[in-house]
Design a protein around this ligand. Structure first.
Ligand SMILES: [Mn+2]
Length: 424
């Protein structure tokens, strides 16, 4: 299924006058509305191929209807999201869940929908059917060199798929760790991980990057071998220029000051990008902005300020990607909500008068600094987002359009009620 521009435009006509009223109001209230809309138009967030089906937990999975049955159908779903919000122009593939059998036809399909391929993701946290050696006790950190070799080769194979599709980065998340004290020699595990990553690093094409993710616990519950941003940063530094640290918002212990981590990684030129999601307890993979939108806004404040300080383009300077799992909501609606939340936080951060904030910081005017941030956070920027979408040919209200056009019903008709997408 594809959504033609005309269909979306017709949808918009009902909502147009209400939108104009709201947009005119906010344009009068803030100084830089036109600039913000321009930046919002340029800002895209990649959709992961594994988020288009209903996710499960270790207790079960309740699939919805019309889930994509193939990589082609996943790309079509991202095409639908992008047609509605004009902010999701790339897809991040997970290998081996989504191996492109015919790269040129996959690339052609994507480009027809205005999409390209973002970072490719390797998987050494599961054993695959025909796999010779098991990752039960880890992959890149494994005590057995043969297992490490197999995991390194898998990563190099993922790079090859990525090259065929025009990706420019490999994203590595390891489940490696230990469940019990004494199980691992920490130094040995870290050293093995480093040496394995070095082999992967050496296989990167010149214009490629490797993004190293960290996570404090799960699936291992005593230690993880890349447990926090310091350990990832250490590896990235030792590896070299092409390696940097990927921040997954859910990969922190409760109450961690993520915005401070982001600020320092950015300062050091080692912030690869994001896996956006939200959480209340652990790696909950909930819809972005559903639990703690203020934290997301504070992160974007650091990003905007830090990227401007380094002269980075907001849209392309680092990687923007969602990594969430939708257990109870329609995945497409959930992803539309996530993209909206990210762009709201970004737009609010763009409203902050950074010069005024710096002056307040210089004067130790704490109350004023708080006022400046909260003034931006409490501004309803949604009409700015809608305006950016409208100008780009998207829907004023993407979820309303998705529902009015009965997109899911159409997908169920096409694909059937009992389809299960590959992934967790
Ligand atoms: Mn992630």
């Amino acid at each position: 299924m594809q959504l033609e521009k005309q269909v979306i435009q017709d949808m918009n006509s009902d909502a147009l006058s209400a939108h104009q009223r709201k947009y005119n109001y906010i344009s009068g209230e803030i100084a830089n509305a036109a600039k913000v809309v321009e930046k919002l138009e340029a800002f895209n967030i990649a959709i992961p191929s594994w988020a288009l089906g209903t996710g499960g937990t270790r207790f079960g999975r309740f699939s919805g209807g019309g889930e994509p049955r193939s990589l082609e159908e996943k790309i079509e779903d991202v095409g639908l999201i992008h047609a509605l919000n004009r902010s999701s122009n790339s897809i991040s593939l997970h290998i081996p869940w989504d191996i492109p059998d015919n790269a040129s036809s996959i690339k052609f399909l994507a480009s027809q929908l205005g999409l390209h391929f973002d970072a490719v993701n390797s998987n050494t946290f599961q054993d695959q059917k025909d796999q010779a050696l098991s990752y039960k006790f880890g992959s890149l950190h494994h005590v057995d060199k043969a297992v490490r070799r197999q995991a390194v080769e898998h990563n190099i194979e993922v790079i090859k798929y990525g090259v065929e599709l025009g990706s420019k980065a490999l994203s590595v998340w390891l489940a490696d760790g230990s469940n019990f004290p004494g199980q691992l020699n920490f130094r040995g595990a870290f050293q093995n991980t480093f040496e394995s990553l070095q082999e992967i690093y050496d296989a990167l094409p010149d214009d490629w990057k490797v993004w190293i993710e960290y996570k404090p616990f799960e699936p291992n519950f005593y230690s993880t071998t890349i447990g926090d941003w310091g350990q990832s940063y250490l590896l990235a530094n030792k590896l070299g220029q092409k390696a940097s640290t990927l921040v997954d918002l859910g990969h922190h212990l409760p109450n961690t000051n993520i915005e401070q981590i982001v600020s320092l990684l950015l300062m050091e030129g080692k912030l690869a990008g994001f896996h956006f999601n939200d959480s209340k307890y652990g790696d909950d993979d909930l819809t972005v902005g559903s639990i703690n939108p203020y934290q997301l806004f504070l992160i974007f404040n650091e990003l905007v300020e830090g990227m401007d300080a380094r002269g980075l383009d907001h849209a392309t300077g680092i990687g923007w990607m969602i990594d969430a799992s939708h257990n109870v909501k329609d995945p497409i609606e959930d992803l539309l909500q996530s993209v909206e939340a990210i762009k709201i936080a970004y737009a609010q951060a763009l409203l902050i008068d950074q010069a005024e904030l710096k002056a307040a910081q210089q004067n130790n005017d704490v109350a004023k600094a708080q006022e400046i941030l909260q003034q931006a956070y409490r501004t309803d920027v949604r009409p700015l987002l809608a305006e950016a979408r409208l100008r780009a040919g998207g829907a004023i209200d993407p979820i309303a359009a998705f529902r009015k056009l009965s997109v899911r019903d159409e997908l169920v008709k096409e694909r059937g009620l009992k389809t299960v997408a590959t992934g967790l």
